[in-house]
Design a protein around this ligand. Structure first.
Ligand code: NAP
Length: 247
């Protein structure tokens, strides 16, 4: 077990979560990886000396089992709320309620469930840190994206509220707000339609999962009295959620 503490990462089976697991392991933390695809988690965990545990953040019983199975580790504790994503792209007038439910359950209630369950341990560690990956969609809106932007706004509000509620206790709160990152995000959003997912990144150099993980590692490796509240990062060619320069 490592002296630099423990990091628990939700959604560590791909994209930003996987890159963050690798980055925090390289920074000397013992990493606990949670997601639904256990085979992927186990492969990553065996490479970085981490612990893989099944986790479905939309299920209260899965979250309870995940928390009960966590190794009892001394020292500081980091939680990275990263599990999330988007489903569909529809105007409000034809909104798909199943898509909305998926997005709110995964991004908002998932973050609530995991954070709420771990707050006592984060406080007791004497040096807790909650990192939540929201999005530029947490402060912008765009046509056809209200299911996702509303969920990310709510996830951000939940995270920022904790910053105040936990004031005076030894827990830091960092929100990471990325723009366009090339991961499985668009494949999930468009239900496996690879051509539609690829088109999102055409003519632009998007951020990589590693770029985002680097900012998380930076925030987590500051001294305990330094709270990085928010980091907004976008590709150079992206000015806002709706405005990008494509070659
Ligand atoms: P990704 O490659 O699709 O990764 C999403 C991760 O979330 C996967 O590991 C997935 O694992 C996990 N996940 C999904 N549903 C889950 C559930 N019910 N329980 C537990 N884990 C679950 O996409 P990503 O881009 O890395 O996304 C990570 C975070 O960044 C998300 O919160 C996303 O909204 C945010 N973000 C992404 C972008 C972007 O452009 N890519 C921009 C801003 C913010 P399993 O399927 O194995 O469960």
């Amino acid at each position: 077990m490592n002296d630099n503490g423990t990091a628990i990462i939700s959604g560590a089976s791909s994209g930003i979560g996987e890159a963050t697991a690798r980055g925090l392991a390289a920074a000397g933390l013992h990493v606990v990886l949670g997601a639904r695809r256990l085979d992927r988690l186990e492969a990553i965990a065996s490479e970085i000396g981490g612990t893989a545990l099944p986790l479905d953040v939309t299920s209260p019983s899965s979250v309870a089992e995940f928390v009960a199975a966590l190794p009892a580790t001394p020292g500081r504790l980091v939680l990275v709320n990263n599990a999330g994503g988007a489903r569909g792209l529809e105007p409000v007038e034809s909104a798909d309620e199943d898509h909305w439910r998926w997005m709110w359950e995964t991004n908002v209630l998932g973050t609530l469930r995991l954070t709420k369950s771990l707050l006592p341990r984060l406080v007791d560690s004497g040096d807790g840190h909650v990192v939540t990956v929201t999005s530029v969609a947490a402060f912008e809106t765009y046509d056809n994206g209200s299911g996702y932007t509303s969920a990310k706004h709510a996830q951000s509000a939940l995270h920022r509220t904790l910053r105040g509620e936990l004031l005076g206790r030894p827990v830091r709160f960092t929100e990471i707000l990325p723009g366009m990152v090339e991961t499985e995000f668009s494949l999930v959003r468009f239900d496996g339609d690879a051509a539609r997912a690829d088109a999102v990144y055409q003519g632009i150099t998007p951020l990589t999962a590693q770029d985002v993980a680097d900012t998380i590692v930076y925030a987590v490796t500051r001294p305990p009295h330094v709270n990085i509240d928010q980091i907004v990062l976008k590709p150079r060619a992206q000015a806002s959620a709706t405005r990008a320069h494509r070659e």
